[in-house]
Write a protein that binds this ligand. Structure first.
Ligand code: HEM
Length: 505
């Protein structure tokens, strides 16, 4: 009989999360009772970690019903918690809209399948994001499985993205460019004289898996069919999975965990090979260092007093990769659909990107500089994201140390805060004619005054533009995502005409 110990790690108003330490390889897999849990307290979630290491795993959550905050709960009628959950699943957008109309300068709550969520007002985001480090927990709120990553690992990973990946973006451009060229030759339908239909929603995950995959895992794996299939299959399931994935970044990550075992097996030998070639005698010179996340993770890992196992690193890279493939593919899809629907805007963007003079041989520094200057395309992408964001809500955080806001509201430990990013983007006090798609609204705002340059960039985050989150845990991959999407769109517009095409069923 395996020994399985359970320990509550957080007691939110809405959910008790337990962590089990599995002291045998498949300890959690037989569904056996877990020491430390009362009857009916938790449903064991099974997960095999494959290599027999003693590991930690989040096994389940029990929605709790305590609501210590004296704030209105929009979707709860008396004690009808099931009804509230149903409303949340079926009509989250409607609830967020209603909540924003009623309480946009204050706070209110929703009862969700993971318990009470406190919907924070944009007025207080700046203040909330400035609370001392440790008072807010991003990882706990996003439910990244602890079997896959400790919060220290995630910080290391985020750091690697921000430092290595983002700083190297200029050097990465030729690589991204090469993968885009490959995709144009091999992945897009061959266009003869006439219009050729293609389903961008289906194509985008494959394209992103290949293009970004090159920067994540290197050239060995990113074009392999098995790899692309597995990653895109996951993204398909994300769309088919409906509400769960759409609302939460973290669900994408939890689901990812179940799919990744074969990829981890593929990735570890590649990492081992790279390590061996780096450590081989006399190999310090002449060894070609790969420009990819895997290499940076290996290099950073080697500097740690207790380096992590390659399996750990592989999991870390893959979970993040799969999550970001989905978000980047959704963003690319929406930008292309929005462009196809607006031929006049498309011509303006095409004119702008034509000046990039993209060459099959790669990009030079001047061109990479130009990518940063594509204010029309940048603006169009931001407008597309404003009206069709990948996530309705962002800035998911659990309060770990209570604090009092300037409006007198005390947020106790365990409060789950979240921000209705999609509603902030539709606020007429923030955006003129918010329901209207104005492709170049941000380019115009940027041109108004120098301090607007950064604020209204696609990658700019602020309490009024929350689609990449905000503050300490704001998305570190947004610069990479933005550049990749821009380069792809630029190639497409220079080489192709696009228009909306209705598929006959
Ligand atoms: C258009 C595509 C993307 C969108 C819309 C997006 C959105 C987000 C959002 C909303 C968050 C939460 C931020 C917060 O709550 O403050 C986040 C976090 C994160 N994203 Fe992205 N993301 C995208 C692409 C990427 C890419 C390409 C990568 C990897 C290179 C990435 C890596 C991460 C990581 C590691 C975090 C967690 C940050 C932390 O732990 O502090 N994202 N992303």
């Amino acid at each position: 009989m395996p020994i399985v110990l359970a320990q509550p790690v957080s007691n939110l108003h809405g959910a008790v999360i337990y962590v089990v330490a599995c002291l045998e390889a498949d300890a959690a897999n037989d569904g056996s009772r877990v020491a430390g849990l009362a009857d009916g307290e938790v449903a064991l979630r099974r997960r095999s970690v494959g290599n027999g290491d003693p590991r930690l795993g989040v096994i389940g959550r029990v929605p709790g019903l305590s609501n210590p905050l004296n704030l209105p709960v929009l979707d709860l009628d008396g004690n009808d918690y099931q009804g509230a959950e149903r409303a949340y699943r079926q009509n989250l957008r409607g609830l967020l809209h209603e909540g924003y109309q009623k309480y946009k300068h204050g706070f209110h709550q929703l009862f969700s399948p993971i318990g009470f969520l406190v919907i924070a007002s944009a007025d207080h985001i700046q203040e909330i994001s400035q609370v001392p480090e440790g008072a807010l927990d991003f990882q706990g709120a996003t439910q990244i499985p602890r079997c896959l990553m400790t919060s220290r690992m995630i910080s290391d990973y985020t750091h690697t993205i921000l430092t290595d990946l983002t700083r190297q973006l200029g050097n990465l451009l030729p690589i991204i460019h090469e993968e885009i060229e490959y995709c144009f030759q091999n992945e897009l339908p061959a266009c003869e004289a006439n219009w050729t239909p293609g389903n961008i929603q289906k194509l985008a995950p494959r394209l992103i898996a290949i293009i970004m995959g090159r920067v994540f895992v290197g050239p060995g794996l990113n074009r392999k069919e098995e790899w692309i299939n597995n990653v895109t299959q996951f993204v398909d399931d994300v769309f088919a999975g409906g509400w769960k994935i759409k609302e939460y970044l973290h669900f994408a990550r939890r689901f990812a965990a179940r799919f990744l075992i074969p990829e981890i097996r593929q990735l570890v030998p590649i990492m081992r090979e790279r390590l061996a070639s780096l450590n081989a005698p006399g190999s310090s010179e002449g060894v070609e260092l790969h420009l990819d996340l895997l290499q940076w993770l290996l290099a950073n890992n080697a500097t740690l007093p207790q380096p992590r196992s390659l399996e750990n690193l592989a999991e870390l890279a893959l979970v993040a990769f799969v999550g970001s493939t989905h978000t980047a593919a959704t963003t690319l899809t929406n930008v292309l659909l929005d462009l196809a629907a607006r031929p006049a805007d498309l011509e303006v963007v095409r004119k702008e990107v034509s000046q990039m003079n993209l060459k099959a041989t790669g990009l030079n520094l001047k061109q990479s500089f130009y990518i940063n200057q594509t204010s029309k395309l940048d603006s169009f992408m931001k407008e597309s994201q404003r009206l069709n964001p990948a996530f309705l809500m962002t800035f998911s955080r659990i309060v770990r140390k209570p604090f009092i806001l300037s409006n007198g509201l005390t947020l106790p430990s365990g409060t789950h805060l979240i921000v209705p990013a999609c509603m902030i983007s539709l606020d007429p006090e923030i955006y003129e004619d918010p329901e209207e798609f104005k492709g170049f609204r941000f380019a115009e705002l940027r041109a108004e005054k120098p301090e607007n340059m950064r604020k209204y960039q696609f990658t700019g985050t602020s309490p009024t533009a929350m689609h990449f989150g905000y503050g300490r845990n704001g998305c570190p991959g947004r610069f990479f995502a933005g550049t990749t999407i821009k380069l792809f769109v630029a190639h497409l517009l220079v080489k192709y005409d696009i228009k909306l095409f209705r598929f006959r069923q």
